[in-house]
Write a protein that binds this ligand. Structure first.
Ligand code: SAM
Length: 280
């Protein structure tokens, strides 16, 4: 996709005071999960540069003066280049506009925020982060489960399931992935989950470890796919629907305390086709 900037760099660099950039977290989708600060900035923005993940309900909160630009990236198909997004953010700010760069979830979790901050700093543009609820937290809330658990998960780790080449990152720590006392949250799992799960099993993770995929967490079309690490990739593929998905793995992701003790092993033994696609 070719991106046309609105004015040549010479006009932009003339600049005028007042412009600035806020990297704002839009949360996982439910507008009620926006922070008060995010809402205030969205309403006051001159320019809103929004990811594909930002829900339409949230975009409708923008003020009448706000110019909306969708700068979405998709794993496949046409996408905005990060360099063009950086340039557009800086350009609008140098023209004295209040720029809100609106990102799904939290801007600092797998959101390329570092590159956008760097571009702003290099151009002398003031930039701030307004945190949002990351999809891991939205998904855990939908499941009514705690990401940590005094007996079952002493820490939480967020991992991406693919690197810039679209494969499982070579430098993931498989020892950490196989830790029985961790909750692992896998972002962007759709294409490589089977490989990631296979390697975690090879590293020694118990095949019966509970795993839950939450698709479109906190949105009206939310779906929940339950399984264990040995079969969650197959179950998620069988679910077949669209929407962003996140996978939570670990003993703390069993349905409830009783399930923590006994249920996960039974689910692991059940044939996938018998239970796949059932919501909740
Ligand atoms: C580029 S990352 C951005 C993560 C985002 N900054 C966050 O904090 O949630 C995109 C991935 O986030 C996850 N994601 C974002 N919103 C989601 C939602 N509502 N439900 C499930 N997963 C979501 C998916 O794994 C998706 O592929």
């Amino acid at each position: 996709m070719t991106i046309r900037l609105e004015a040549p760099p010479a006009a932009a660099s003339a600049g005028r005071p007042g412009g600035g950039v806020a990297l704002v977290g839009a949360g996982p989708g439910d507008p009620e999960l926006l922070t008060v600060k995010a809402l205030r900035l969205i309403r006051a923005a001159d320019v809103l540069l929004a990811d594909n993940l930002v829900s339409p309900e949230i975009l409708r909160l923008a003020g009448p003066q706000t110019r909306l630009v969708r700068v979405g990236k998709t794993g496949h198909g046409p996408s905005w280049r990060q360099a063009d997004i950086n340039a557009l953010i800086v350009q609008h700010a140098l023209l004295g506009r209040r720029v809100v760069r609106l990102k799904g979830g939290d801007p600092s979790i797998f959101g390329r925020a570092g590159e956008e901050i760097e571009a702003c700093r290099a151009a002398g543009v003031p930039v701030e982060i307004v945190p949002g609820i990351t999809s891991a937290q939205g998904a855990a809330a939908s499941l009514t489960l705690s990401l940590t658990h005094r007996d079952h998960a002493r820490r939480v780790q967020f991992v991406t399931a693919h690197d810039r080449d679209g494969v499982v990152p070579a430098d993931l720590s498989w020892t950490d992935l196989a830790d029985p006392a961790v909750t692992t949250v896998v972002y962007m799992p759709r294409r490589t989950l089977a490989d990631l799960a296979h390697r975690a099993l090879e590293a020694g993770l118990d095949p019966a470890t509970p795993a839950v995929a939450v698709v479109s967490a906190t949105r009206p079309d939310e779906r929940i796919v339950r399984g264990c690490i040995a079969d969650i990739a197959e179950r998620l593929a069988l679910e077949g629907g669209e929407g962003p998905a996140i996978v939570l793995i670990g003993r703390a992701m069993a349905c409830d305390e009783a399930d923590l003790l006994k249920g996960a092993r039974e689910r692991a033994a059940a044939p996938v086709a018998a239970t796949a696609g059932r919501a909740r």
